[in-house]
Ligand binder design. Sequence first.
Ligand SMILES: *Cc1c(COP(=O)(O)O)cnc(C)c1O
Length: 225
Amino acid sequence: MTKEKAIENLDNVITNIEKARLKLDGHHIVQLVAISKYSTTDDIKTLYESGQRAFGENKVQDLKEKSTILDDLPIQWHFVGRLQTNKINQLIDLNPSLMHSLDSYEMANELDKRLKAKNTTMKCLLQINSAKEESKAGVEPQQAVEIYKKIKTDFSNIILVGVMSIGAHCDDKTIIKQSFITTKNIFDSLSDDGAVICSMGMSGDYEIAIEHGSNLIRVGSALFK
Ligand SMILES: *Cc1c(COP(=O)(O)O)cnc(C)c1O
């Protein structure tokens, strides 16, 4: 990816973010996390030099390799993928700025045990399967508030700061919207419990997500093309 192309991609996405957030509220600020899972460290560096600072990976091994290679850049790294129990310690050592994909009470228990053993903490989002799709991870919407509060009470080394969802995988905008509305309603009911981040929206649906209250979008292919 050339520098010109990176700037053009970033400009387009930021322009679209701006339109979408102004439809909602001029005070609504949206963080853009560039998902670099299909990209090389050269492309990450090019996008960094174009102004992007937050990047996310969905595999612990990739996060480790890329963040090590790009160690000299002050990048904010996010983890957005499904976490396997045998990778928990590695993820803790990588110290991501935010873990988006805490997807069950059981995983929270495993993560908290290892965080305690290492005497450290991790900021996390509870992933909600708002589209109710078999293939997606996350807690059921009906149980999300209860599980969030239970994790918060039971596991002191996990710092829950909000929720994350992947929009419905379909072409029907009404169904996609509904999945975002479901997550936003859960987010709103957790505002007294430290929920400040509502992570939803990817290349194909980030404008809809922002219009429905997302304040963090995870964009991959629209930035790296
Ligand atoms: C890959 C991925 C994204 C980005 O997807 P694009 O459609 O390429 O923007 C966002 N969130 C998660 C969890 C992902 O795995």
